[in-house]
Design a binder for this molecule. Structure first.
Ligand code: GLN
Length: 472
């Protein structure tokens, strides 16, 4: 029996290298769990039909001595990441039959090492949501308490790792979609610097915010997977050139800021705040200087996000017109094809955001909403840039409340959107941010601590994250 609960990439790699078990045995152990649990959890929408082929290639690499750290490692893939020959639906009806004709950059890069892509995971439709309840293919349940949500939008990826249906997973973030489900499922989740990982082959939501990232049980696993997927890609105009990455200094001063004012908002759970104070104390004990700071602008992040994101959503999703991709409904006039296909294919939350975004960008409102939000975004960026002159990171809880019940916030969009309050600054300011498990509530629900670091300084997150991991 392989101890999947305590398995890490490094341990699995050691065992596979020494021949303690084969890739087939490792993958079968995960497939057994999937058989037993996926029906209830609904983490995976599909188990890929080419796993045997993938295993063969990975075993070949172990035989001929070319295996690397990720060879044979079972991995889950969010349903908005293109894997050639497989459906990628973004958990929407409108893409239910869309088969990827090419590999996304991240998949192409990973394939060199031959990990095992187990299948595609459920998500909020087009990554819009914080609970994986807006998927057209049913909700995903939190493996720690199946009456609760796993977070979102990468809820399927998080639930897969948390229930030992995959060792690690790929997710995407536009605002919190990796860190929030990681926090809700007791995992580590990384949202990399904007431009660190290519968005080529990722189904777009908000293009100035979208980023691929990683989920795992340990900081080490998340780092290993990040190292494998980041890098320059000429196919993404926002991809950071390698030379720019190398020129970044690697000094750490062990100085962390607590944006005190930001933690005083309404709707922040008492237990979350108590846990946060405990975490701060632990970091101080570990030799970090942890001090209160004033970052007045980041309090506007959520409002800014909910203007910029729907604007970008409405323009990105205009491409789903029933003509080029996926679902198409018949009508005699072209406008009716658009209207009927989009009406049938998009769920309620997606429609809400398209409407909001179209309004925000409309003549007469563009300046008042979109342009103003873009200006405030720049103020937030500048404020954080100045802050990072003296500090390595700022910390907050990852989410203002513990995992909530299924259905609890689904019909109250404002309550749902509040989930993203602590996530938004990193996405708006292009920064990397990491959520690490920080303990549990009295009822045993997982809580997370979030570190946000300067541009391209994922190394800081991994260092602090590993130090913090040992203290919990
Ligand atoms: N909760 C965020 C939203 O609903 C999630 C966006 C994301 O990161 N994909 O917009």
């Amino acid at each position: 029996m392989i101890d999947l609960k305590n398995l890490t990439i490094e341990k699995a790699h050691q065992s596979l290298s020494k021949g303690e078990y084969t890739v087939t045995e490792l993958v079968n152990a995960y497939l057994e769990v999937i058989k037993e649990k996926n029906k209830e959890i609904n983490a995976y929408l599909e188990i890929y039909n080419d796993i045997d082929n993938q295993i063969k290639k990975a075993e070949e690499m172990f035989k001929n001595g070319t295996a690397t750290i990720l060879t044979g490692i079972p991995m889950a893939v969010k349903d908005n990441i293109l894997v050639k020959g497989h459906i990628a639906s973004a958990s929407s009806k409108i893409l239910s039959n869309y088969k990827a004709t090419y590999d996304s950059f991240v998949i192409k890069k990973l394939k060199i090492q031959c990990p095992i892509f187990i299948g595609r995971t459920n998500m909020d439709e087009f990554a819009m949501g914080s609970s994986t309840e807006t998927s057209a293919y049913g909700v995903t349940r939190n493996p720690i308490d199946t009456t609760r949500v796993p977070g979102g939008s990468s809820g399927g990826s998080a639930a897969a790792v948390a229930s030992d249906m995959a060792l690690v997973a790929l997710g995407t973030e536009t605002c919190g979609s990796i860190r929030q489900p990681a926090s809700f499922c007791g995992l580590v989740g990384l949202k990399p610097t904007y431009g660190a990982v290519s968005r080529s082959g990722i189904i777009a939501m908000g293009s100035s915010l979208d980023q691929v990232g990683t989920l795992g049980k340990t900081v080490d696993d998340v780092e290993i997977l990040f190292n494998a997927i980041n890098g320059y890609d000429p196919k993404d105009s926002t991809s950071v050139p390698d030379i720019q990455r190398e020129s970044i200094g690697k000094k750490i001063n062990k100085k962390i800021g607590i944006p005190r004012g930001f933690l005083k908002g309404e709707g922040i759970d008492k237990e979350v705040l108590e846990n946060f104070e405990e975490s701060c104390k632990k970091l101080k004990k570990a030799g970090y200087e942890v001090v209160d700071v004033e970052l007045p602008s980041i309090g506007y992040s959520l409002a800014v996000y909910y203007i910029i994101m729907p604007a970008e959503v409405s323009s990105n999703l205009a491409r789903y017109d029933g003509m080029r991709y996926g679902l198409s409904d018949d009508a005699s006039k072209i406008f009716d094809v658009y209207a009927k296909s989009r009406g049938l294919g998009f769920g309620k939350e997606v429609r809400r955001r398209i409407l909001l975004g179209t309004y925000i960008l409309s003549h007469g409102y563009y300046d008042a909403y979109y342009n103003t939000a873009v200006k405030v975004r720049q103020i937030i960026k500048n404020e954080l840039l100045a802050f990072f002159n003296d500090f390595d990171a700022f910390i907050t809880p990852t989410v203002p409340f513990p995992p909530f019940k299924l259905g609890e916030k689904l019909n109250d969009p404002m309550a749902m959107y509040l989930s993203d309050i602590f996530s938004a600054p990193a996405n708006l300011a292009d920064l990397s941010s990491l959520s690490v498990p920080a303990g549990k509530t009295k009822d045993g629900l997982p809580l997370g601590l979030q570190f946000t670091a300067p541009y391209l300084r994922e190394d800081i997150l991994f260092t602090i994250g590993k130090d913090f991991e040992k203290l919990v």
